[in-house]
Design a protein around this ligand. Structure first.
Ligand SMILES: *Cc1c(COP(=O)(O)O)cnc(C)c1O
Length: 388
């Protein structure tokens, strides 16, 4: 089985580029520019220099001793929570802003739901002196006020999406509409979704996570491969990065997705179980939709997992049974967040907490496992406080 992308931008039967005619030229331009830098040493050096001095990489691989005792396993945490801006998303925005710069772009657009990707984009735009517009649903602007303030502080313009449910999918539609009318703009997509080459490009820029895990695990254990890697999946970028260098290895890949109130309750974001094949945001994948193809509003306590689709790579990993999926409820994620906080002194993002909840679902007796701690929990304190 092959897990890399094929020439037409497909992982198995998922992926591709389902875009309006008017976007063909800018997407083609992007594809050429990305493949020109993908294996370019100078580009990689600029990218790694910024990751080191600006983002704070490599992030540590921490042996969680008390958690390991509790679950009778050897548990390592990949500390993406220690990145500048608090999550893995900056790895991708650093890569894409360097590419935009190389392409001579002056204006950046992005979509955001929870605001995390918006903040990561506004951050790198400030760093590079580029103009930044972030599209965000009107409802999300109200729900995520602190991140809206951060984006504005960083000099970005936050543009409300007022159509539909006024959330992420509407913000994405607005961003695409803007791009059609302004094809010289660079559109930074925040996860492994969107038309080819975005899923591959974002996975490429996030693959630094598993590249570091291999080196760090070898230093600590003498082996480059763990028995399993666990990551949460919204669109799938942190998981793609954590899985990347293990795709063809003897390593179990475990996805934690958001079950919300429960898979059967109608208030869920468990795309792998509830999703069917369709086109979302320019690629063919699994998505939650009605019989006539309307997107079903997802629900998760964690804004970053509250997405009705999943990237094409993950759809392929799930369909071929290369990856195992566990659907984690809101309550299970909150319990896991409290458990990690009190066992290891680390408050995780609600998204990341879903990955830790998998520890309660299967036994990893004596196994070496890596959990991708995709972000820190400061942004979620108002939610956690309701459970104190
Ligand atoms: C955005 C976000 C996610 C979900 O996005 P992916 O693309 O699936 O990684 C997960 N964790 C954190 C901390 C996030 O900010």
């Amino acid at each position: 089985m092959k897990y890399t992308i094929d020439q037409n931008g497909y992982y198995g039967k998922f992926g591709g580029a389902f875009i309006p005619e008017l976007l063909h030229p800018p997407v083609e331009e992007l594809k050429e520019a990305f493949y020109a830098i993908k294996n370019d040493e100078d580009f990689k050096e600029s990218y790694l220099n910024l990751l080191k001095d600006y983002v704070g990489r490599p992030t540590p691989l921490f042996y969680a001793e008390r958690l390991s005792k509790k679950y009778d396993a050897h548990i390592y945490l990949k500390r993406e929570d220690l990145n500048h801006t608090g999550a893995h998303k900056i790895n991708n925005t650093i890569g894409q802003i360097l590419l935009a710069q190389k392409m001579g772009k002056k204006e950046i657009i992005a979509e955001t739901g929870a605001g995390q990707h918006g903040v990561a984009t506004a951050t790198v735009c400030a760093l590079m002196g580029m103009e930044c517009k972030v599209f965000m649903g009107e409802v999300d602007i109200e729900r995520q006020a602190p991140n809206v303030a951060r984006m504005k502080m960083l000099g970005a313009e936050v543009i409300p999406a007022k159509s539909g449910s006024k959330t992420l999918k509407d913000a994405t539609n607005e961003a695409i509409r803007f791009w059609i009318n302004n094809p010289s703009t660079y559109y930074i997509i925040g996860s492994v979704v969107g038309p080819h080459p975005y899923p591959e490009m974002v996975a490429h820029f996030q693959s630094i996570i598993s590249e570091e895990i291999r080196t760090q695990l070898f230093e600590k254990t003498g082996k480059v491969n763990p028995d399993a890697v666990i990551a949460c999946v919204g669109g799938g970028s942190n998981a793609a990065g954590a899985f990347y260098h293990f795709l063809d290895e003897q390593v179990d890949l475990i996805i934690a997705e958001a079950a919300g109130h429960g898979v059967e309750t109608g208030k869920s974001a468990a795309t792998s179980i509830l999703g069917t094949e369709g086109v979302i945001h320019g690629s063919k994948s699994l998505l939650m939709q009605t019989e006539d193809g309307q997107i079903v509003e997802p629900h998760s306590i964690s804004a970053g997992l509250d997405y009705p689709g999943i990237g094409p790579l993950h759809a392929h990993l799930i369909e071929t049974k290369r990856a195992k999926v566990f659907a984690i409820t809101d309550q299970e994620a909150v319990d896991a967040a409290f458990d990690l906080s009190r066992t290891e002194g680390i408050i995780p993002a609600l998204e990341s907490a879903h990955a830790f909840a998998v520890l309660e679902k299967i036994s990893f007796k004596n196994q070496t496992i890596v959990i991708n701690l995709s972000g820190r929990g400061d942004k979620d304190l108002s939610t956690y406080m309701k459970f104190l």
